[in-house]
Design a binder for this molecule. Structure first.
Ligand code: ADP
Ligand code: MG
Length: 725
């Protein structure tokens, strides 16, 4: 990279030290940083109308949004006794129109001044005098020159986010645009290429300097799209290089142990179960068995909805390892769950003569030492704990299998972490987060995926209903009646403590209220995130032993502990929860054979809207989806019981975000790409990256030097033990 790009931006015209400092607060220090501060949107002449056209359209009944560029010719604050209105008149070359605001009037009054130019966008309306009007429009400021150039030349104008740090230094939309324009004009050509020549050619991709010029000041929509594609391709390409390197790391290793299934003990165990495995469980077990018997380490993701029976699958896998003379580790997301796994598994294995041990915090020192010793000398065969098992300095004897129960917090254990510890076991990660298959294959190209796509036959679907807060007394009555039939109930609240700002009910104060009023004659327990795990466990065990009829809780119960008689879950302020979380919470009930109920409590307005809502989600426009997210979430819970269907909806509602846990995966965040929208580019990038790494795993060919350099410069902390590290 040429020296100029690393210089401070203060040497750019109209920046200087003060403004440079403001820029540094938003992370922009060098000229290169500025070149990579991309527009958040663009104004394209083909989308601009003039006021006469708009007037015609509105008279013909047009309902959509339009954008007009105009100059402010007057502004006026109109005071009524209680309310005020701010109104401006604007003109373009064909006529005049007005914009009005009812709220944040002072802000808008200061923003709009006579002689200023703006692009305003909104749905136009006609006033009773027949004037064209925009109410609370979106707007972007332009300079006079920009607006005339724009209308004359048809260039596309970029708009940047202007954070308050910049505004405070009098840097507004067009001064920022000017500064960036300057930087792009003078310095973009100094950027060194960051992808190999042959990839640019083969994929017909813009060189980096062209891409940077066009992402800021594109001459056409095609140029803009080509620039975006280049930026996204590069990001996804390096991302996939990391995935491919990781895959290599695994594939090049061979296990130091061999496993061969011993049928007798497995049969004995299966016969001791009170149920038969489902077809889906048998299918995934077969996949796992092949991995265990292979000489390459297993790296498998086991997906299955809440209640689909992943634990048994894990246990049988562990039995296979143990009956071959090795140790198996089960890591749970929390200590309370580790403890539950320990109790369940010990019970299931009681006739099997296998040594199961639990290692978690808070155990007596002497116990802990004995357990550590058993783990070290190999007496401990199945070892259950949390992630701390790997993080702390526990010495193992001969581990062949690690199972990670991540529940819905899907993350991928870094194999490199294990290798550093001298372990190179088979790894099975279990998750209840359904990940669309194509995405998981691309994003986690180093993982094999098994899916349990069938629920045990004895499971009745949970009955889900939506009730207004006003109906709570009836809900409490229902709980009381059901308690007489032996039901237990979870009452869930979003947070623990009352904060003045939010209207959320606090579990603690609600607990008191319930105890004193509505449910005074029931036995009520309380559990929340601030408790130590031992305290939580005590409450949970008491609940499981039916010492309580009702458990008031925050979302801490969402990671699953099994309570067969807890067959009602009431979720308060249901609109506050994400879809995945609602489904996970619902999975806490219906574990026994009785009909289970999930009662979602929300505001009256959401209830009535949701019941009115009779549309098919598929047919909604993105804008409608955006407006109706809450209702769609609630409605989806009523319609669907299947986690995969809900996950697809969740993906559409939320965008990929961190649903897939790229954060925990040890892979970098994606800044410019969106894996749900940019699927085509993702596939291209993946194919290219995997080919490169396959043919040149150490990146030692000259044509790939640049890839190695970029990986080392920008992604060094993601390289771990890969061959190029
Ligand atoms: P999850 O996949 O959510 O972890 P679990 O493994 O905890 O689900 O299983 C939920 C419940 O279903 C457990 O009580 C388990 O014993 C039971 N179960 C598992 N497999 C079967 C089956 N094939 N038939 C009936 N019940 C099963
Ligand atoms: Mg589970």
């Amino acid at each position: 990279m040429s020296g100029n790009l690393t210089k401070s931006i203060q040497y750019l015209k109209s920046v200087g030290p003060k403004r440079a400092e403001a820029f540094s607060k938003i992370g922009i220090r060098t000229i290169k940083d500025l070149l990579f501060y991309f527009p958040t949107k663009y104004l394209d002449r083909s989308t601009i109308l003039n006021s006469i056209k708009v007037l015609q359209f509105v008279r013909q009944g047009y309902q959509g949004e339009v954008t007009i560029i105009g100059k402010v010719i007057s502004k006026e604050l109109i005071k009524y006794s209680r309310k005020s209105i701010f109104k401006i008149r604007m003109k373009d070359s064909t006529g005049t129109f007005e914009c009005i605001w009812f709220q944040s009037i002072k802000y808008f009054y200061d923003t709009f001044n006579e002689g200023d130019y703006f692009a305003v966008s909104a749905k136009p309306v006609l006033t009773k005098y027949g004037h064209l009007q925009f109410v609370h429009p979106d707007f972007d400021r332009l300079s006079e020159k920009e607006s005339s150039d724009f209308l004359n030349t048809g260039k596309i104008i970029p708009f940047y986010r202007v954070p308050k740090e910049l505004r405070e230094k009098n840097l507004g939309d067009f001064s920022l645009r000017k500064i960036i324009y300057q930087a792009v004009e003078i310095f973009a050509d100094e950027l060194n290429e960051t992808l190999p020549e042959y990839i640019l050619k083969e994929k017909n991709i813009l060189p980096i300097n062209e891409a940077i010029k066009n992402i800021h000041f594109p001459n056409s929509n095609d140029a803009l799209n080509a620039a975006k594609k280049r930026i996204k391709f590069e990001e996804l390409f390096y991302f996939e290089c990391l995935v491919a390197l990781r895959k290599n790391l695994i594939e090049n290793r061979r296990k130091s142990f061999t496993i061969k299934v011993k049928p007798e003990p497995i049969k004995k165990f299966l016969n001791s179960l009170p149920f038969q495995l489902t077809k889906a469980q048998l299918k995934v077990l077969h996949e796992i068995r092949l991995d265990l018997e292979s000489n390459k380490p297993m790296n498998r993701l086991l997906q299955g909805d809440v209640g689909s029976g992943k634990t048994i699958v894990a246990l049988i896998s562990m039995l296979i390892a143990v009956t071959n003379g090795y140790q198996a580790i089960l890591m749970a997301p929390t200590e309370i769950l580790a403890d539950q796994h320990y109790k369940n598994i010990s019970k299931l294995l009681k006739n099997m003569n296998i040594n199961v041990c639990l290692l978690i915090g808070g155990q007596k020192k002497s116990d802990r030492e004995r357990i550590l010793n058993d783990i070290k000398n190999g007496t401990a065969q199945i070892i259950i704990g949390t992630h701390a098992l790997i993080e702390e300095n526990v010495e193992f004897n001969k581990v062949a299998l690690i199972v990670i129960d991540e529940q819905h917090r899907f993350g991928v254990l870094q194999r490199s972490e294990l290798i550093k510890k001298g372990l190179n076991p088979d790894v099975l990660v279990m998750t209840a987060t359904p990940i669309p298959r194509t995405l998981s294959l691309t994003l986690y190209g180093d993982l094999e995926v098994s899916i349990i796509d069938e629920m045990p036959a004895n499971k009745k679907p949970v009955k889900t209903v939506l009730r207004s807060e006003k109906k709570l007394p009836e809900v409490y009555k229902f709980i009381k009646e059901k308690t007489k039939e032996g039901y237990q109930t979870f009452l869930v609240y979003p947070i623990i403590e009352e904060s003045e700002k939010s209207e959320l009910k606090a579990a603690e104060s609600y607990y008191k209220e319930l105890k004193e009023n509505y449910l005074y004659d029931l036995r009520i327990g309380l559990i929340h995130g601030r408790m130590k795990w031992q305290e939580k466990e005590k409450v949970m065990l008491d609940f499981a032993e039916k010492k309580y009829d009702v458990l008031v809780s925050t979302t801490v119960i969402e990671v699953g502990i099994d309570i067969p008689d807890a067959n009602i879950i009431v979720i308060n302020d249901a609109e506050r929860f994400g879809l995945a979380q609602l489904h996970q919470l619902r999975g806490r009930v219906g574990r026994g054979s009785k009909q289970a109920y999930c009662i979602l409590i929300t505001k009256e307005e959401f209830v009535s809207k949701t019941t009115q809502l009779n549309f098919n989600f598929e047919y909604l426009s993105p804008a409608q989806i955006e407006k109706n997210k809450t209702i769609i979430r609630l409605n989806s819970m009523l319609i669907h019981n299947n986690g995969f269907e809900l996950a697809e909806i969740d993906l559409k509602l939320r965008g990929p975000g961190d649903i897939f846990g790229t954060k925990q995966s040890g892979l970098p965040d994606l800044k410019y790409s969106d894996i749900t929208e940019d699927v085509d580019i993702l596939y291209e990038a993946k194919e290219m990256a995997f080919n490169v790494i396959k043919t040149d795993p150490k990146l030692s060919l000259e044509k790939n030097f640049i890839i190695k350099k970029i990986l080392k410069e920008n992604y060094s902390n993601h390289l771990h033990l890969s061959q190029i590290a």
